[in-house]
Design a protein around this ligand. Sequence first.
Ligand code: DX5
Ligand code: ZN
Length: 229
Amino acid sequence: MSVRIAPSILSADFTALGAAIAAAERGGADLIHVDVMDGHFVPNITMGPPFVAAAKRAAHVPLDVHLMITNPDRFIEDFVKAGASMISVHVEVLPHLHRTIAFIKEQGAKAGAVLNPSTPVDALDEIAPDLDYVLVMSVDPGFGGQRFIPRSEAKLRAVRALLDRTGSRAAIEIDGGIDHENVGRVTAAGAEIIVAGSAIFHAPDVERATRELRAAARAGVAASPSPAR
Ligand code: DX5
Ligand code: ZN
């Protein structure tokens, strides 16, 4: 299993966006994670398509855009045009999740479904084979810098089992409260894409923090359950 590191730009210094992305990339970032919040689905407002377009001009790696918004269908095209290579949407806001996932793929992006901490894994039962990735929230979405919810480790294992059972090839992403101390445990539990905001961008040396997070993540991989693929 390979591990991908996705630094979350939400915790970066926005006055030096290009430098922050460059430092993360020098440290081995595989993706740049962009948190889009609407002040409605979550209690915070962050960035929109113009910010994604700016990040796209600075980044050499793909942009992983996490939509924490009530009406993602309305904005998917705009985010793809702005440069999103991956788009994830919350199952909690989408009665027609199948249609939305198909639409993201039609636009040429990879499609992910996100589960809040209180959302049961079996919400993915019918959609799993259509997904490129599943994002497991390990904090309640809305803010960077929150504490990792320990139960998320068991949830990662349950998602891994569901993907194997449904024959899905989706990758598993984890987001929220990930740091150098717990990252090995989440990769051991099956996480393959690691989002980290404050652990990377609040560190004194972003390049080094990215490199060390990657090393700690890889150390957990040896213990991880092997996906049936
Ligand atoms: C939380 C966001 C996260 C956040 C992660 O709602 O989805 O991506 O930026 O930040 P940390 O790693 O600081 O928890
Ligand atoms: Zn996120």
